[in-house]
Design a protein around this ligand. Sequence first.
Ligand SMILES: [Zn+2]
Length: 331
Amino acid sequence: MEPNTVSLNDVPGAVGALHDAQVDIFYRPEVSLREGAGRNFSKTPSKPQRFVEHVAAAALAPYVRIRSDFEALENADFERAHTAAYVEAFFAGREPYARSNGLAWSRAFAESVRYTSASLVHAVDGAIANPRRVTLSPTGGFHHARPSGGGGFCTFSGQVIAAVRAYERHGAVGAWVDLDGHFGNSIEDSREFAPVLNQAVPQAVHINPSGTGQRYLESLREGLDRVGEHVLSGAVTYVAFAHGADSHVWDQLRGQCSTAQWLCASQLVYSAIADWSRHLRRPVPVVLALFGGYRDDDPRSVLELHAADLAIALATLGGAPIEYTPVVTRP
Ligand SMILES: [Zn+2]
């Protein structure tokens, strides 16, 4: 897909929708790791490219615009959420920091990490600058990192960096809805290191549902009610949402929801945001990320779930006339 080849004029508009029927994906090839990715169990480093190619080949293509107008983050950006010792040692490839994320280190991988966080940082900026336009960072590998090291396939806390930066630059306050199958510890584990995070993402609106199946959906509803109160009062100014595919029941590393429940979770989130936007009579800024998903028997199932989530976003928020039935194979 060529960057910026589809303009909004090409996209069917939706009467009454407050968001555009098109998403901006913050992607450039450096975000993705191709060489050496096969050495790791986690395929998250190569997922940005695979996801972008997947949606470009799908019915979603007309509703997607690629934005490549962003640069890599510098060490100082990472130091918003991490010790200088960790940041410097990781980029130099020094142990024990280089592999504290559980992934093989290479110069190419380290460089890609500068771009994954940059993609999320700029997706947050993009949504704040133009709330009509939902933005997406096709990334993950963030939410288990801690200030002084990586963990669980995660190197740096991209969402912490993006949230702190958005607060410092724009006074923006985010809610984080983390529907990865694993608890996202980065934000809570960073509050002491970066106290500004208490303003940037208040604890009450950092949502990680518990339980499985219907209980998981009930826990999500309760979390969304809490976020809604904050959005409608003006205390929260944007919503970040990552629907990790490892909360799907056939994932190799987790699995809280059947396919129907997983899609229902997407619908609950986007319907809630659409409701809040109607109440406020303006679009609530929305930024999306991918996060986990582990199916080495069929990596395409992971991409299908992420694509289906995006289709629900575009249909529910932007009124895009798309129905997307994901093909998720049984392991
Ligand atoms: Zn996960």
